[in-house]
Design a protein around this ligand. Structure first.
Ligand SMILES: *Cc1c(COP(=O)(O)O)cnc(C)c1O
Length: 395
């Protein structure tokens, strides 16, 4: 796409504003058309037989989905991006495209819960063996590699507990064993971590989160290197995956403001994380940009920033009181909503359940509360968290 070539050397915010769609290609309109399509007409019988034209059928892409894919390619530095109807679909496509019966896959133990459910159910049924690895394993992943290991699936930072993985070290080992490396890059976005520059082959986003940014769209993207993209595309086509034109348009629209939104998410979240560190009632703050965080040095080495999602560990020594204290905290909140997903303008809180972990176990000090810091005023959010902490204290 000419507009992405033109902007490939520019700064991130310029790229966010201009990549993906060339207005000259559609009468000068600055945004792409929202093309609703199943049928695409061909000019004659010979062309329909050869399928030798840019668009052939709605499931194989439209000017709307192409614009979003090209914009994500410009950010990720990838050779191709596929657009899927949810973040989870983007994850599952990756496993299905890379793995076959008899293969082995390594998956980080702090992976997004539904990703784990997919691995523990479908992959088993298709004869694929899964091993969960310690997020802090680094180059030691060597000892888990088997001759049939075809994929190492990472998510850095990990869901709910935010462990930073040594992606370059893991990629080096994986590639030495001819395995591919995928990452769920939803937390960082390509603005704060560019996986392909660190040896990753496939970068996945729940575009539902920061890309779309307004808690009103479900969408996923899979961006890959030139070598990894064809297998993903073939499986995508075979499975009949595609995404709605309206949601693709809305996601691209969200992407245009990703830079300014993330700046605000980053600043507010870090301000709140710092204020909560060491506060009575809070046993720990799990935020990679805090110097006290175990993965902080790796985060500093590899990432350009931190987004707005982190967790706090409530200080509740008595295990039998943990659930009640966590619920008291959540029920006292007036601005934070209680609900899943994140990356929108609105602040959210949930009690993270970590009972499925086998290696990266839940913190010993108390319940983990995950906070999505939205775009509201920090003082109001802090006051809300104080309400929660007081309620947990007296519960
Ligand atoms: C939310 C999320 C997903 C799934 O995205 P959906 O669009 O809700 O299916 C995948 N990975 C991570 C890390 C997520 O937080």
């Amino acid at each position: 796409m000419s507009s992405s070539t033109k902007t490939s050397q520019t700064g991130t915010n310029t790229r966010l504003a201009h990549s993906g769609f060339d207005p000259k290609s559609f009468h000068g309109f600055i945004n792409p058309p929202v093309v609703h399509a199943s049928t695409v007409l061909f000019p004659d019988a010979a062309t329909i037989e050869s399928r030798n034209q840019k668009y052939t059928y709605g499931t194989h892409g439209t000017p709307t989905t192409d614009a979003l894919a090209a914009a994500v390619d410009a950010l990720e530095g990838s050779a191709g991006t596929l657009i899927l109807p949810s973040g989870l679909a983007a994850v599952t496509l990756t496993f299905l495209a890379v793995l076959s019966a008899g293969d082995h896959v390594l998956v980080v133990d702090s992976v997004y819960g539904p990703t784990r459910r997919f691995c523990d159910t479908l992959l088993g049924r298709y004869g694929i063996k899964v091993t969960y690895f310690d997020p802090l394993i680094g180059a030691d992943i060597e000892r888990l590699m088997r001759p049939n290991t075809k994929l190492v699936f990472t998510e850095s930072p990990g869901s709910n507990t935010f462990e930073i993985q040594d992606i370059p070290a893991i990629a080096k080992v994986a590639h030495a064993h001819a395995a591919l490396v995928a990452i769920d890059n939803t937390w960082a976005t390509p603005l704060f971590f560019k996986p392909l520059d660190h040896g990753v082959d496939i970068s996945i986003h729940a575009a539902t989160k920061y890309f779309a940014g307004h808690s009103d769209v479900l969408m996923g993207t899979v961006s890959a290197s030139k070598a990894a993209h064809p297998a993903l595309l073939a499986t995508y086509t075979a499975l009949g995956f595609c995404a709605s034109p309206d949601d693709s348009y809305t996601t691209l629209r969200g992407l245009r403001t990703l830079g300014v939104r993330l700046e605000r998410h980053q600043h507010s979240a870090l301000t709140i994380a710092q204020a909560l560190e060491g506060r009575p009632g809070v046993a720990g703050v799990l935020h990679p940009a805090l110097e006290s965080f175990p993965g902080h040095q790796l985060w500093k080495r590899d990432f350009e920033g931190a987004s707005g999602l982190f967790s706090i560990v409530l200080d509740v020594a008595d295990e039998t009181r943990r659930r009640a204290k966590a619920h008291a905290f959540l029920d006292a909140l007036e601005i934070f909503g209680l609900g899943y997903s994140w990356g929108g303008y609105d602040s959210l809180a949930v009690h993270a359940h970590l009972s499925d972990r086998t290696v990266a176990l839940a913190p010993a000090q108390g319940p983990v509360i995950r906070l999505q810091i939205g775009l509201e005023d920090v003082a109001d959010l802090m006051a809300d968290i104080e309400r929660g902490l007081s309620a947990a204290q007296s519960a």
